[in-house]
Ligand binder design. Structure first.
Ligand SMILES: [Zn+2]
Length: 248
């Protein structure tokens, strides 16, 4: 097996970042969404994020139970704190988005960027454990980044962002992956101990986002049964996708 170079690690992580942008593309097919479909979109985004959180926790458990749980609590606390720091609905803006729409878009891009940082460290640490492990982890993250990009687009596009802008923010949210993968690979001994905390924190923040923001939004537009059926379906699909990639 050829020795892994820094370039290989950086390129691998860059591919995972670009994959995120692909997730926005299905939204090109829809010019405008009805209120019901917006609700389905929010519930689907919630399910994709819940499934991804499950994968993060499972990955964290491989490295340490206590540190993963500590991370989950820290992630939840971080979100609690961020609600006070984020601008009020009236003052928020993000590109063409204003008010509550901008606040929601900022929040999802922020949470997904945070969780990509943990995944970037995961890629680097995996390459530290050998090239085969690194390639497997990279493939798993690249594949699951596509539905994560979809989750971001499902939140941003119905609120007025174009598909191209949503795809751009999706790729942006994954940039910590190439940026952090290289130092994590070079300094595995330093990063390995904090990895489960980071993975747990990302999961905690995402579950908070699902419960506090996405599901209430879905429920405003959709009845109970279709909301939770969509949530369950997309959570299961995300977990199955992760299982397929990791087991394949
Ligand atoms: Zn992810």
């Amino acid at each position: 097996m050829a020795e892994t170079s820094v370039t290989v690690v950086a390129l691998a992580a860059l591919v995972t970042a670009l994959a995120t942008g692909l997730g926005a593309l299905p939204l090109l097919a829809t010019a405008s969404l009805s209120r019901t479909w917006e609700g389905v979109g929010n519930a689907a985004a919630a399910g994709l994020m819940l499934g991804a959180s499950g994968q993060l926790v499972i990955e964290g458990l491989d490295h340490g139970l206590a540190r993963t749980l500590l991370g989950v609590v820290l992630g939840g606390l971080f979100m609690l704190f961020s609600r006070r720091v984020l601008p009020d609905s009236d003052e928020a803006s993000m590109g063409v988005l204003r008010g509550a729409d901008a606040r929601k878009a900022l929040l999802i891009v922020g949470v997904m960027t945070l969780h990509s940082a943990a995944e970037g460290i995961g890629v680097g640490v995996s390459f530290g454990g050998g090239q085969d492990l690194g390639v497997l982890m990279t493939a798993a993250i690249a594949v699951h980044n596509v539905p994560e990009g979809l989750a971001i687009a499902l939140v941003m596009v119905p609120r007025g962002a174009t598909v191209v802008v949503a795809a751009g923010w999706s790729v942006f949210s994954s940039l910590p992956q190439p940026i952090l993968a290289v130092p994590a690979y070079l300094f595995v001994a330093l990063f390995e101990p904090v990895l489960p905390v980071g993975l747990g924190a990302a999961a905690g923040a995402m579950v908070w986002m699902v419960a506090r923001e996405l599901l209430p939004d879905a429920r405003e537009r959709l009845a109970v049964t279709p909301t939770y059926a969509t949530l369950a379906l997309f959570t299961a699909a995300m977990l199955a996708l992760g299982w397929l990639v990791a087991g394949g």
